[in-house]
Design a protein around this ligand. Sequence first.
Ligand code: KIV
Ligand code: ZN
Length: 540
Amino acid sequence: MTQNKNISVSQMMEKMQNQMNLPPHAYYFDTTLRDGEQTHGIVFNMNEKLEIARSLDNLGIDVIEAGFPVVSDGDFQACKEIVKLGLKAEIAGLARLNQQDIDCAVDADLDAIHVFIATSDLHLKNKLKMTQDQVLSKIESYVSKAKENFTNVVFSAEDATRTNLDFLIKCNELAVNSGATRINIPDTVGTITPMAYGYIIKEHYNKLPKNIRISAHCHNDFGLGVANTIAAFENGASEAQTTILGLGERAGNAAFEETAMSLYALYGLKSNIIYNKIYPTAKLVERYCGGKISIGRLTPLIGKNAFSHESGIHAHAMIQNARTYEPISPSLLGIPRSDSKSAIVAQSIKLGKHTGNHALRAKINEIGIIPTDEQFSTIRNNIKRIGDKGHEIREEDFLAIVKDVMGEIPEQEKFVILEELTVLTGSVTPTATVRLKIRNNGDFIERIASSIGNGPVDASINAIVKCFSKMSKILLLSFDIEAITGGTDALGHVSIEVEDIETNNIVSSNATHEDVVMSAVLAMIKALNKLVREKNSSQA
Ligand code: KIV
Ligand code: ZN
């Protein structure tokens, strides 16, 4: 070890990588629409599947597993329709080693077939009721049958990582000799560890012909899905079977976002992936999960906290140079935030009890305000007091605190101003008309729109979205209403979350008013102002 004393960590990593069997190119086989859709509670409709397939293709995915055609008519039709899109990606479908499944895959017009059979003693005894010899004979006959119809045949020995290694290699060699062009090694119940998985992959890499692509398929039961997939690449695998957001059976599969970014940013592997499409694709899939699966705050790379900084020391350093506390720029993943000082201050410096003076001053200046020393310390004390109570200080809370101390936010900071709202409700279809003033290159332009809705609030929100549609496409993600005081004159407090579909930026806002429709409208106007402000600062 002494000879390594004077080398940097990155030189050390490079040295270690040179001793690995890293492939020259990483391929990605996406199984969001097959294993991912096996996530309990998740079903994508046909349009969503087509949209996901298009996005995966734009992302640069090499193989899209479109479904398991024999499982349902929906899967069968989805496979057929995805093939008809004529994408660059190869479209594959899953099949067991039997005639019906293979015929169904042929009828679905797929480009490639992914066949599988379980090989572990546990599965042979309890599920298949077959001997090892019977499994071998199935592999021989049905991989050959699959090969009669498909140039590309992927073979998976299900529960590979709990299979006797000699038998596993025998199965995979036989699959290759019967026509399989790719060998996938599934860690079906996520029980392998990186070194052991690496060993299994290396054994295959040393024994299988070099033109056979070895792929990793790792479930995340112990949270090791991505680590195991990376270990596979270190030992000769060149393809990762992954899902967007890590969707999949039980705790899911290795997440594509983490796998692809690690192999690219930490190992320098080339691939066909267009990395800045990762975040938009993840958000699209999240949206189609309909609230059943959401990106967690702490989710690596794409979670809300992944590029947020609160503590004084971190925030101060971030303002000088983003690499101090961010390993990569979020823009690399397509997250709409540049590394400019103003974008970092506006979007990534969060306030709370750990906030330092430097970051707070930068944040106040960012909204065009220069407080006196006394005003600054009042703002600072208010933020610390609220933070100390364990409350999250969101952007709108910050603006409210500043406004409290300094008076109204200057008019020049507003991009969208509500001029007029008229609502017609009762026994007629609820209809709302809004007149907005929208700032456009320094001047304000007026926009008027009317819309109907399920109620007066819905109609008003729809009218605002319509009014704003020439500027940006806006989606209302969540809407929460609560009465603050009792009685018919109760104050209505509305909290909303709104997304700019083009930038994928999400902001939250809230407002309180004695008229609940006005609460909703004011919250929406605040959110639009925030979206425009953040968009402008990320482009700065
Ligand atoms: O996890 C698994 O074993 C699978 C196979 C069908 C490849 O999904
Ligand atoms: Zn799986």
